[in-house]
Design a protein around this ligand. Sequence first.
Ligand code: 5GP
Ligand code: MG
Ligand code: MG
Length: 180
Amino acid sequence: MNNDILKVLYSKEEIEAACQRLGKDISKTYAGKTPVVVGVLKGAIFFMTDIVRAVDTYMQIDFIDVSSYHGATQSSGTVELLQDINTDISGRDVLIVEDIVDTGQTLKFLLDTFANRGASSIKVCTLLDKPAGRTVKVSSDFIGFKVPNEFVVGYGLDYDERYRNLPYIGVLKPEIYANN
Ligand code: 5GP
Ligand code: MG
Ligand code: MG
């Protein structure tokens, strides 16, 4: 699996440091509150578990599964709700934890969905932000790294459901896509 990687963008240590930095920011923002932290499956699983343990406030956690990618490296443009949260977020402070914001369509869908349910505040923490990919105007409150316009894998992010378990974030060799 490691042989398929062209270059490492962010090492395990750099990701850990980013989680600690974001955890401190999030702790300050929610001091005295009990936010509902919603991790977006499956890409944000490792980030979610690392980030919530770096935050020192009371919180509830939940997960939502949405899909827009269908195994390709380009977004399909439609967002589908695959599995909903089971927390009532009406009147609650919601923090969405995402792996990456690319076109922004997934995030827009989540923001609209949670706003419609009457959340009293909605903020976004994303591990990666890819501003060059944006087609919808959305922004994040807490950002791990700004990435160039390349398709990245690892630390939760997949290519065709593989590479999620890489402990770092990297770019695949071009022949991996060519062989598919
Ligand atoms: P968006 O809706 O912002 O275009 O994309 C959101 C989802 O697309 C992300 O949560 C992620 O699952 C997937 N995605 C976008 N860019 C990348 C990328 O560079 N690598 C991987 N593995 N997934 C990506
Ligand atoms: Mg995602
Ligand atoms: Mg994916």
